[in-house]
Write a new protein. Structure first.
Length: 155
């Protein structure tokens, strides 16, 4: 239903701000990455100062292993909005995939400073530390991630 309404809105006005973003988000959620990417790319053309579209496109690119493109877009997202932890987490994941654990650890440490309760950030930071040979730090972060994953979520 949401997809249908977004498609109708775009058909009525292809330059409607946030319509392509919404459709891209829907496709990304459904793991239809090949459909999400062009929607986010179109949104960037219409709304180039919206940080979250760079974050989501960077996330989509990371899922199809376009790591250099993902890194560039995630850095742009951070530049536009340095107070959101999501782009730092995905950037950390991308940097780990690119075998750059020291840079990944910096990005992930920043994410944890903003959102200390995020288990994914702790998990990835633990992996970064492990790759750097910092096993004590790695064990601490991996335990923290496991503890956070066991906590019941608030309604």
């Amino acid at each position: 239903m949401t997809e249908e309404y977004a498609q109708k809105a775009i058909a009525l006005d292809p330059k409607l701000p946030m319509a392509h973003y919404l459709l891209g988000e829907l496709f990304l959620y459904q793991a239809k990455i090949d459909q999400a990417i062009p929607q986010f790319e179109q949104e960037i053309q219409l709304n180039p100062s919206y940080a979250n579209v760079y974050f989501k496109l960077g996330d989509a690119y990371s899922r199809v292993e376009r790591y250099d493109d993902a890194e560039r877009l995630l850095q742009r997202s951070i530049w536009l909005d340095p107070n959101s932890s999501g782009p730092y987490i995905v950037l950390g994941k991308v940097l780990l995939k690119k075998s750059e654990p020291a840079l990944a650890a910096r990005a992930l440490s920043r994410a944890i400073a903003m959102d200390p309760g995020n288990p994914m950030a702790h998990q990835l930071l633990g992996q970064s530390y492990r790759a750097l040979g910092q096993n004590t730090d790695a064990d601490r972060e991996l335990r923290q991630a496991a503890d956070l994953n066991r906590k019941p979520t608030k309604p």
